[in-house]
Design a protein around this ligand. Structure first.
Ligand code: GTP
Length: 347
């Protein structure tokens, strides 16, 4: 890169790059940022095309692919530049740090001047010729310097206020991009990405209060394909939203609900016993079975919705894929045994 971009420009790029890195689950590292910076500023159309192709095929760009793009289209000079410019937080923090150092130097200087004046005044004999002039001189100098110090303090205060606003902006940007990346657009529930992330932590929690059981339940709307085929995809979407609403209404702070994909949802939670967990899930099932779908004029009932549930009881040191497979197996049994029911696999 020949011209070093301005701080404001790199800050603006950072604001655009962060949501993209969060969306595609790429760690915010200088190398990744360099690739996205290049993408956003459209400096190299070939890089944009290659990155678009990765994103289209697999919805993300792996570390190896980012490294490949970097090696192919960017140079180590770029990286050192991005090390300096990419991290908006660092830039702001450096400015504040510099402001504090300047203020300290100035206030130390002013303290020294005060001490010098104090000394000069204490040894001045006011009856001596010129002593009053010396006092006046001291006071005038101190007055000038205190005005200068005050100007500097005001300037520093503005610097701090703008740094604070900038950091807050970046933080909000990061938080809202992260939150958006975790939510399923149609239903507003947590999405599959968030589920995969949470499952790791859920499976690692082995210290449950006694007696307590942790469960994973997967539910699948019954004959949903038929519903789509009969009433259209939009009506199908409507059903998904209404099922999600019911799940949220039933859920309390014991459980967390996700859209697993398509017409499947899942929930994780802790209960004091297996029967309490099953009763809870049965209530969810009944609540969904109470859903009535009407035609667009809301005059005619066009269908009822039911869902089948599979519950897996988490064992100590359960691995996410094993626990999911167990819940899937229980769900399969619920479908096999007639749908609109709950099956549990405990072992
Ligand atoms: N409207 C809508 N349909 C979806 C969505 N995601 C998946 N589907 C549909 O969900 C249907 C799932 O059908 P299947 O897996 O065959 O199962 P099913 O008809 O629910 O039958 P059972 O599970 O055996 O009770 C498919 O027709 C998908 O197209 C979505 O976001 N919106």
């Amino acid at each position: 890169m020949d011209v070093e971009p301005s701080m404001a420009y790199s800050g603006a790029c950072l604001k655009q790059a962060i949501p993209l890195m969060v969306k595609y689950k790429m760690p915010i590292t200088p190398l990744n940022y360099a690739v996205w910076y290049c993408y956003i500023s459209q400096r190299n159309i070939a890089l944009n095309k290659e990155l678009d192709a990765f994103l289209e095929v697999q919805q993300n760009c792996t570390h190896e692919q980012a490294k490949y793009l970097f090696d192919k289209y960017l140079s180590s000079e770029d990286l050192s530049l991005f090390y300096r410019l990419s991290d908006g937080f660092d830039n702001v923090i450096n400015r504040v740090h510099q402001g504090i150092s300047d203020t300290l130097v100035r206030s130390n200087h002013f303290t020294n001047r005060l001490q010098q004046c104090q000394q000069r005044l204490s040894i001045s004999d006011l009856s001596e010729a010129g002593a009053l002039d010396e006092v006046l001189d001291c006071v005038a100098r101190l007055s000038d310097e205190s005005i200068e110090l005050q100007h500097h303090a005001n300037h520093f205060q503005h610097q701090l206020a703008s740094a604070y606003a900038e950091i807050k902006d970046l933080k909000n940007e990061l938080l809202s991009s992260k939150a958006k990346a975790e939510v399923d657009k149609l239903t507003g529930l947590f999405n599959r990405g968030k589920f995969d992330e949470d499952m790791q932590a859920f499976c690692q929690q082995n210290r449950l209060k006694s007696p307590q059981v942790a469960i994973l339940a997967i539910l699948d709307i019954d004959h949903f394909k038929q519903f789509n085929d009969l009433y259209g995809h939009q009506k199908g979407d409507d059903v998904l939203k209404r099922v999600a609403k019911k799940l949220v209404l039933c859920a309390d702070n014991k459980v967390r609900v996700y859209r697993y994909g398509g017409e499947e949802f899942c929930l994780t939670g802790k209960f004091s016993s297996i029967s309490e967990a099953v009763n809870f899930v049965q209530k969810m099932r009944q609540s969904i079975a109470g859903l009535v779908i009407k035609d667009s004029r809301k005059s005619k009932v066009v269908g009822k919705v039911t869902a089948s549930f599979g519950i897996a009881i988490k064992a100590v040191n359960s691995k996410p894929d094993k626990l999911i497979a167990k819940a899937d197996k229980a769900l399969y049994l619920a479908k096999e045994h007639g749908r609109n029911r709950v099956e549990v696999i405990a072992e």
